[in-house]
Design a protein around this ligand. Sequence first.
Ligand SMILES: Cc1cc2nc3c(=O)[nH]c(=O)nc-3n(C[C@H](O)[C@H](O)[C@H](O)COP(=O)(O)O)c2cc1C
Length: 199
Amino acid sequence: MTRAPLPDFYDDLDATFAELWRLLAEGAAQGRSGFHLPALATLGPDGPRLRTVVLREADAESGTLRFHCDRRSDKAAEILANPACALAAYDEASKIQIRIEGRATLHTDDAVAEAAWAGSRAMSRVCYGADPAPGTALPAGGAYTLPDENAAASLGRPHFAAVRVRAARLDFLYLDRRGHRRAAWTRGQGDWTGGWIAP
Ligand SMILES: Cc1cc2nc3c(=O)[nH]c(=O)nc-3n(C[C@H](O)[C@H](O)[C@H](O)COP(=O)(O)O)c2cc1C
């Protein structure tokens, strides 16, 4: 029986680390990647909160990720109250799960926010002009308004936030019948250190 060759990163820890960041960067760029839509966990007043976000950037150099949200949303308030957060995603095509734990910073009026807003599409800006704010109780399902794309440029910006997550712990799991491979890395202020762990 012929089997697909093992991936290049199999049993190569440095190559696995590089693959992790390559996949995240690809996930930010490509909608079909399983890493495009990670689940984001934050800490709410009563326990963990979880939701899907669009991964916008993953930078191996700084070890950071970026997503966008409405600054009026629960997740924005939760991050401001406690920046500890986690992201997890699974890509079925590569059979890889990546988990990221770190600290988030909310950017609303600085260069990070400006660059993120400038780089976002008119279509994506519309939701930041939603009235009332996300999470508000409505008398009927459709009792909210969105601006048109032109108005969103000014109405959406005050509510827009870019969130950067500085990863502090990474966990990589590759599923293969010939033997799963799992590795994890941590960092404090300095470089990443990591190793294989039992899957
Ligand atoms: C496919 C998909 C992508 C989403 N992307 C984002 C996103 O990038 N940013 C965001 O704030 N919410 C995004 N959402 C909505 C959130 O999952 C969530 O429902 C909403 O933001 C309210 O979350 P909160 O109350 O925890 O703040 C997305 C939802 C789906 C289904």
